[in-house]
Design a protein around this ligand. Structure first.
Ligand SMILES: CSCC[C@H](NC=O)C(=O)N[C@@H](Cc1ccccc1)C(=O)O
Length: 676
């Protein structure tokens, strides 16, 4: 087969390099990022650090020895790159992730001290000699006692997880029992380690204590951090901001207001201001994150309240302290924005596609961005245009032809304009006589959006790429892929996002159905070959469709990690959201909850369904998928179950992913009439 005509299948997808978030050296001349490569044969991943010049020149691999080198951060002095890894070095094998530093011009990486409880997120101090980081510790033990506590914990014979916490697991892992996330400081020359919260009740947020949870002042004397002021830690508690004096370890609360949730603090260059995200929870739990600023007198103000966008962390001050950079979604795309504090205007600094991450230093900005047409790549911004600084995947991508994509607007629920993205098979011609199968891919959330972005797990180009063997035999199928940003989706403003609260299923289905009606009017659509697929809330939607749409309209469904029964969903890690989203708890108004739950409509299920679930999924526990599958079997509806004992909400291992795509396409093609 000639170059550029090979189908883009799961093997081609997993052969691509995955480039992580960049970090820039102080003058902006070079960026460092982790690049992860997968091997389908061994089923393993290997991540190493690469350097990318913003001035031209080929990328250079910086680390070779480690197999999972990650989170690189360039030191403010420019002389070192710090990263986390588990390595075998100096006769010692890391049991927990540790900090390493390496000079950017090469040589051996060096482990910085030893942290028995391991190193999570970290940030350099401005002096370039110390690093602040997060580690989960036993709060009743001193720093010197942590190694012993860990040894005791690992040596125990009992395996039970015992807790009286409300928040005890998150997505796919139990929070370390009895441990809490503390801020630490380590001296990179001596390895001297201090737990800044030792002996106190202070701790960082438990669900996701990351590099956005804290920030170091430009003079290195203070660290601002977000914390949960409630004694009973919960996922949806309203956070406050505090500041610790690094020398004295004295903490003062900077900002606490029961009506608001405050996160992601970031000092201005002068240190006089703190930018942060503020969500006005008293107005509703779905309120967007606004850009806010606190001054040294304790006065704070929201700056983006007239701008109907959800501001995402991290926040990054511009050099002149007059503007803040951040990423935010808009109509299915995610741009990099420059928000001027003076006139409170947001300007696109870089247009997505999808901006996944960015770094800004020395007057330069590097973005990690992707699109339906290409996986994440790195570009440097030059004025209003962007210049690519690597081509790691270009040769591999050139072997395939990708289909074009476009957005269309349909009229959905309430007569509102609803966005649908269409990804066409390569060579698609609307004027030709050929009829094409259509696959709805319904996004999760519900408060997320599909758009002009690359998806590693539900890859639109793999779905759209035609198989040389035809629909029955190949791993790629030539679907027109339809992604509807139904009511409830993010990026279309707060009212649209919140419009489904308390009535889940209703508007979303009207939107998907309106999209199908729109598609059915197109001469290129094969009316006998329309399917719907989705994961998580998208899985909820296809189970909902099975109970609400006339059988025969869709030939088959795929329900991945789908929410099936909102009462039983109380077993999930996000249970505190249900009451707010559904409008009632099941003990308060069982009928209202049941009315939004696919399992209540089981008597109508007729459409063949592939059910997929991972046992390590704590967001949508696998009992949801099993209950759906068992119900379909009991009703005699054709169904097939793919259950992964070692995957979570997502299928992350190469071989499991290949099986997933094979089962996915196999199921759909078995239930579709042969193509015309
Ligand atoms: C307020 S929605 C729940 C949180 C969350 N949203 C972000 O994506 C989420 O995990 N959604 C799941 C589905 C789900 C919905 C409600 C409760 C648990 C799970 C998803 O679609 O990934």
């Amino acid at each position: 087969m000639s170059k550029a005509t090979r189908p883009f299948d799961v093997n081609a997808l997993w052969a691509l390099d995955r480039i992580g978030a960049p970090s820039l050296c102080p003058d902006g001349a070079q960026a460092v990022a982790a690049v992860t490569r997968y091997d389908m044969e061994t089923n393993q991943a290997r991540a190493s650090l690469w350097l990318f010049s913003t001035l031209g020149g080929a990328p250079r691999r910086l680390t070779e020895a480690g197999d999972k080198d990650g989170n690189p951060q360039w030191s403010p002095r420019g002389d070192l790159v710090a990263f986390t890894a588990r390595r075998e070095q100096g006769g010692h094998k890391d049991e927990e992730p540790q900090l390493y530093v390496i000079a950017p011009d090469g040589g051996e990486a060096r482990r910085v001290g030893r942290v028995p409880t391991g190193v999570d997120a970290f940030k350099w101090f401005p002096d370039g000699r110390r690093i602040a980081f997060v580690s989960w510790v036993w709060p009743d033990r001193k720093a010197a006692g942590q190694a012993e506590a860990l040894r005791e914990f690992k040596a125990r014979k009992e395996t039970a997880y015992v807790t009286d916490e409300a928040l005890y697991r998150y997505w796919d892992h139990h929070l370390p029992a009895g441990r809490v996330p503390h801020l630490h400081v380590i001296d990179i020359d001596t390895g001297r380690l201090r737990d800044l919260f030792e002996g106190s009740d202070w701790e960082l947020e438990r669900a996701e204590p990351n590099a956005q949870s804290f920030d170091i002042s430009p003079d290195g004397r203070r660290i601002a951090f977000a914390f949960d002021p409630a004694a009973d830690k919960r996922l949806d508690n309203r956070f406050a901001l505090a500041e610790i004096d690094v020398r004295t370890r004295r903490v003062q609360t900077l900002l606490q207001d029961g009506d608001w949730d405050f996160t992601a603090p970031r000092y201005s260059g002068s240190g006089a201001h703190l930018a942060f995200l503020a969500s006005h929870q008293a107005l509703g739990h779905n309120q967007p994150h606004r850009l806010a600023v606190l001054d040294q007198q304790g006065r704070w103000a929201v700056f983006s309240d007239d701008w109907d966008h959800d501001v995402a962390a991290p926040l990054q001050w511009a050099e002149d302290d007059q503007a803040v950079l951040f990423a935010a979604e808009e109509r299915g795309r995610r741009h990099l924005w420059r928000f001027a504090l003076g006139d409170r205007q947001a300007q696109r600094a870089f247009e997505g596609g999808h901006v996944g991450a960015f770094a800004h230093a020395g007057g330069l900005t590097v973005v990690n961005h992707d699109s339906v047409q290409f996986p994440p790549r790195l570009s440097v911004l030059e004025g209003s245009s962007a210049q690519r600084i690597e081509t790691l995947n270009d040769e591999r991508l050139a072997a395939h032809r990708f289909g074009r994509h476009e957005e269309v607007t349909i009229t959905g629920a309430r007569g509102d304009a609803v966005q649908m993205w269409l990804i066409y098979p390569p060579g698609f011609d609307a004027k030709a006589k050929k009829k094409w199968p259509v696959m709805h891919v319904i996004h999760g959330g519900p408060h997320t959006a599909f758009g002009d972005s690359w998806h590693w797990r539900w890859n639109h180009q793999v779905f759209a790429s035609p198989s040389p063997l035809g629909t029955a035999g190949g791993t790629a199928q030539g679907y027109v892929v339809a992604c509807v940003n139904y009511h409830g989706s993010s990026s279309f403003g707060h009212e649209f996002l919140d419009s489904i609260t308390g009535r889940w299923g209703e508007y979303e289905l009207q939107d998907v159905e309106a999209a199908t009606d729109w598609l059915l009017k197109k001469p290129w659509v094969d009316r006998q070959r329309i399917v719907a697929t989705g994961g998580s809330y998208g899985g909820y939607m296809v189970a909902w469709m099975n109970g609400h749409v006339k059988p025969g309209r869709y030939q088959a469904y795929v329900c991945h990690a789908g929410c099936y029964d909102w009462q039983a969903m109380y077993a999930d890690d996000a249970y505190s959201w249900h009451r707010k989203e559904l409008g009632a708890a099941y003990w308060e108004d069982p009928a209202r909850v049941a009315a939004q739950s696919p399992h209540s409509f089981a008597q109508h299920f007729r459409t063949p369904t592939l059910v997929v679930h991972g046992a390590l999924d704590y967001r949508v526990p696998d009992a949801q998928g099993l209950a759906y599958y068992n119900t379909l079997k009991s009703l005699g509806v054709p169904a097939r179950l793919v259950w992964f004992p070692d995957e979570n909400h997502w299928i992350l291992k190469p071989r499991n992913s290949r099986l997933w795509y094979g089962e996915f396409f196999g199921w759909l093609s078995r239930h579709l009439p042969k193509g015309r």
